[in-house]
Design a protein around this ligand. Structure first.
Ligand SMILES: Nc1ncnc2c1ncn2[C@@H]1O[C@H](COP(=O)(O)OP(=O)(O)OP(=O)(O)O)[C@@H](O)[C@H]1O
Ligand SMILES: [Mg+2]
Length: 300
């Protein structure tokens, strides 16, 4: 059944023999960039394979781009970058893209312009004529991303798009993903790289052993906050004053971290520190990083 969500999994279970790869998993994505985050073996790739019809769920259903997932109607509207892929080493980048233009049923008159656009988007404009066999890992990954973006799909599913990329490549991919969001494309991003997800996703689900253990926008997931204060002349009295705002922790660099403080109270905190005679050099609000949150969720 079609639904308003661009991506919907409803009570999906996938068993491989005794292994439960997905365990009654439900999620729904309507817009923006959605991060699907979890450790190795959590079920991320399985979820994407089910969405694109490469694996059949043991139970459950859902939709993709307005049609049942796995259906031809949905596949026409999506782009997919698989986790482990190889293109024929003897083909040039242009030939790989042309092959996919053909598979996608693009009118032949549009191929050249579309291939140029894609090569430019993924930073391979000057390598279109090179054979895939001569490409570095990162260049192959860029080409794979390019294939996923052919013909401007409504929904793009990316399974670990930056795993082979250097920092510049990661930055480029983030920019590409932001560009997709700006034009209204829905992006589903599988990753175990928390920093990637943190920088580019509007909403996140954390998956572990086939179950969603937390879900929401980043602000919700990273709700706990703290403030790092760097000051000199911190007396016992200063510390007692700071302890009224939250639990104190000493940073390695001599800073004091006040955990669990409501950010609205920062001006009050600063006044109290100054009144105690200490001199403030920096007051830095901090959110618990996604990594810390991830580890605490997986530890539970
Ligand atoms: N074709 C298969 N046959 C048997 N078991 C499978 C198959 N595909 C996946 N699994 C199992 O399902 C579980 C989830 O695997 P999946 O590839 O979805 O994890 P993942 O979250 O993508 O991990 P990674 O971060 O390592 O890519 C694992 O226990 C895996 O061994
Ligand atoms: Mg995977």
């Amino acid at each position: 059944m079609a639904s308003a969500a661009a991506i919907e999994l409803a009570h999906v279970t996938k068993r491989y023999g005794k292994v439960v790869a997905l365990d009654d998993l439900s999620l729904s994505v309507t817009s923006g960039v959605f991060g699907f985050l979890g450790p190795n073996g959590a079920g991320k790739t399985t979820a994407v394979k089910i969405l694109v019809g490469l694996a059949r769920p043991t139970a459950g259903g859902g939709s993709l781009a307005g049609a049942s997932f796995g259906s031809k109607a949905s596949l026409h509207k999506i782009g997919y970058l698989p986790e482990l892929f190889r293109y024929q080493s003897w083909l040039t980048a242009r030939e790989v893209l042309a092959l996919h233009c053909e598979l996608a049923g693009l009118e032949r008159s549009r191929w050249a312009a579309e291939i140029d656009r894609i090569l430019a988007t993924v930073g391979l404009a000057d390598r279109g004529g090179s054979r895939v066999g001569t490409f570095s890992k990162g260049m192959q990954q860029r080409l794979g991303l390019g294939v996923a973006l052919l013909d401007d799909p409504a929904v793009v599913l990316l399974d670990e798009p930056t795993s082979a990329l250097d920092p510049v490549g990661r930055h480029d991919v983030r920019e590409i993903i932001r560009g997709l969001r700006d034009r209204g494309t829905v992006v589903f991003l599988n990753s175990h790289l928390l920093s990637e997800v943190e920088q580019v996703c509007d909403a996140v689900a954390i998956v572990d052993r086939g179950k969603v253990v937390a879900q929401g926008d980043l602000a919700q997931l990273l709700g706990t906050s703290s403030v790092r204060v760097r000051a000199t002349g911190v007396s016992r009295e200063t510390r007692a004053g700071m302890a009224r705002f939250g639990e104190l922790d000493d940073g390695a660099d001599g800073a004091v971290v006040i955990k669990g403080i409501d950010h609205e109270r920062i001006p009050e905190l600063v006044s109290a520190i100054v009144a105690s005679g200490a001199r403030i050099y920096a007051v830095e609000p901090q959110h618990e990083s996604l990594e810390e949150r991830f580890l605490s969720l997986l530890g539970q």
